[in-house]
Design a protein. Structure first.
Lengths: 479, 97
């Protein structure tokens, strides 16, 4: 399995080394990022193929075994998210390169963000995950602040929220370490007893991660941070960074904290998810700016992901699992594509106000096409990835006879349709002939368009997804 | 045991400061108190263990590095924020605080 070990090392080492070189030689930054992006896309694809052919992969970094050393592990879920990170990372970098802005510090920060995400999806060690979360949020804060002006208060709020989240998470980890003397997720899962310190630790870790995943009612920092950041940054934040916190929640509640997974906890997560769908959907309906609408839609869409937890214990668990993961993956592709497309449109028209922007084709046809395709996938029109995910999740809920969650899924989809129809209204407006602040190169829209195609294409890759997300490829197994 | 209690008290003080403080610098300091509380807890746990456990010390060292970097980023942001005042007010108006 030395090939897998090399690929994992590449996924972590290349972005970190690349970021430092790009920082020291700002003139080479774009080409270094391009090389790193190519290598990481290839490595993520290679790792996914290995997972498909030989099951869950695990390595002890540096040859030190688990209680003392750090373990890295790839299963179907982490492979899928690594691929998503690679796709969004490469597309965002390409978008930024075509925009040709003079901000050399963007590149090292982008690579740090990417590297931290890779560590997050690979690591099986609670403290290693804490460090990855911190690198991730510091890089993200700096990237948001790069937009200047109104983005600074948003970056500040994001910084405070995410630091508080990670400190609370670390407190939980400290309690777990004090109780079991281990940091490895699998070791803790084996040893876990349902006593008070463990319950407190689980509650603290969950609270910290809910804050980072911007789950209702802890979502207050997300819309302004995602709505004000530069387009490529919003794309990465909304598509992958939020998914990273969700991933950790799922990972922890499936294996170690599964022991606490009584009905009460699962239902609580489900209610939070349903509330997020409704509240995020309502607020998306009243926004005045295109980017803010899309940012609130992130709050609402992650409600679907949380519905996995109440459904995890029953007969529909495998369907729900597959559905929720596919929803998160296709949401990532579609949301990144939306942000990139809207970024291009906003640049060509000088603003993104919903009452004045539009219509189809002004500022290039490609961003509008990307917008339509991504919106279709987000809504779940067959045969897109969003449709497959929602279908499976719904089937899982039906199989368990969980009518409350069936209702929540339908309601969430209704809200999605309602706020996406506001996008449709913009599309149908006559194309503007008025003063445009400058036409960006048509290449800028290409990465977003490719992502939108991938979001739709995900629906055609179902057999592969089904294999990747089968219960045999879940580390620790489905509960 | 007394150190564990002290860690708990520090954590509550930090949380209180973070939510109540109006000055942004105080919020950064509250975050530092919070992380100090977690570090104290870890070191206290290491002391209780038998035989002596070195892993929490390594964790605290790494945690201190992380918290120093986070504080540095927060301070840079604070300096940037305190310069243009009108942007901030505009944001407050737009998003209703």
């Amino acid at each position: 399995m030395s090939q897998a070990n090399t690929l994992m090392a590449v996924l972590v080492g290349v972005p970190l080394v690349g970021a430092i070189i790009a920082f020291v030689y700002p003139r080479l930054a774009v080409s270094i990022t391009a090389v790193c992006a190519g290598v990481m896309v290839a490595a993520a694809a290679g790792l996914t193929r290995l997972v498909l052919s030989s099951g869950v992969l695990r390595q002890d970094v540096g040859g030190w075994a688990a209680p003392l050393g750090i373990g890295w592990q790839v299963d179907g879920l982490s492979a899928g998210l690594l691929l998503l990170t690679a796709a969004v990372g490469a597309a965002g970098a390409a978008h930024r390169a075509f925009e040709a802005l003079e901000q050399p510090f963007f590149w090292p920060l982008w690579l740090f963000l990417w590297g931290a995400l890779n560590v997050l999806f690979l690591s099986a060690d609670l403290f290693n995950l804490y460090v990855a979360l911190e690198v991730l949020s510091l890089a993200a804060v700096a990237l948001i602040a790069m937009a200047g002006g109104g983005a600074l208060p948003a970056a500040w709020r994001y910084l405070l929220a995410s630091m508080l989240g990670s400190t609370v998470y670390l407190l939980g980890v400290a309690l777990l370490y004090g109780r079991y003397g281990a940091l490895d997720i699998a070791l803790i899962a084996d040893a876990l007893e349902t006593d008070l310190p463990s319950a407190l630790a689980a509650a603290l870790i969950t609270l910290g991660l809910l804050l980072k995943a911007a789950v209702f009612p802890l979502h207050f920092w997300l819309p302004s941070a995602h709505g004000r950041a530069p387009a490529a940054v919003s794309a990465a934040l909304s598509a992958v960074v939020v998914a990273a916190a969700w991933y950790l929640l799922v990972r922890l509640w499936f294996a170690p904290f599964g022991a606490f997974q009584g009905n009460g906890v699962g239902v609580l997560f489900g209610l939070l998810g349903a509330a997020a769908m409704v509240w995020g959907g309502l607020l998306a309906l009243v926004q005045h700016r295109l980017k803010m609408l899309i940012a609130y839609s992130t709050v609402s869409q992650f409600g679907f992901g949380l519905l996995l937890l109440p459904l995890a214990g029953g007969v529909g668990a495998e369907l729900a699992w597959r559905g929720a993961v596919v929803i998160v993956l296709s949401h990532g592709l579609a949301k990144a594509s939306l942000f990139l497309a809207v970024g291009g449109i906003a640049r060509s028209q000088g603003h993104d106000r919903l009452d004045a922007v539009g219509g189809f084709g002004s500022g290039g046809v490609l961003p509008w096409l990307a917008l339509v395709l991504a919106a279709a996938s987000l809504l779940g029109v067959p045969p897109t990835g969003g449709f497959a995910g929602k279908w499976w999740l719904l089937q899982g809920a039906l199989a368990e006879g969980a009518w409350l969650w069936v209702l929540a899924i339908l309601l969430g989809t209704l809200f999605t349709a309602a706020y996406l129809s506001r996008l449709l209204a913009v599309l149908l407006r006559p194309a503007q002939r008025g003063p445009q602040t400058g036409r960006p190169s048509p290449l800028t829209a290409l990465p977003g368009f490719v992502l939108a195609l991938m979001a739709c294409g995900l629906g055609l890759a179902l057999p592969a997804l089904e294999r990747l997300l089968s219960s045999a490829l879940v580390a620790g197994g489905l509960p | 045991m007394i150190y564990l209690l002290l860690a708990g008290v520090l954590f509550v003080i930090g949380l209180h400061g973070l939510f109540v403080a109006r000055h942004l610098l105080r919020k950064i300091l509250s975050l530092n108190v919070l992380s100090a509380a977690v570090f104290l807890l870890l070191v206290a746990l290491a002391r209780e263990a038998d035989p002596l456990d070195a892993v929490p010390h390594a964790i605290v060292l790494t945690g201190i590095v992380v918290s120093v970097s986070a504080t540095a980023v927060a301070l840079v942001l604070l300096v940037r924020l305190s310069r243009p005042r009108e942007d901030q007010r505009k944001l407050m108006d737009e998003e209703g605080g």
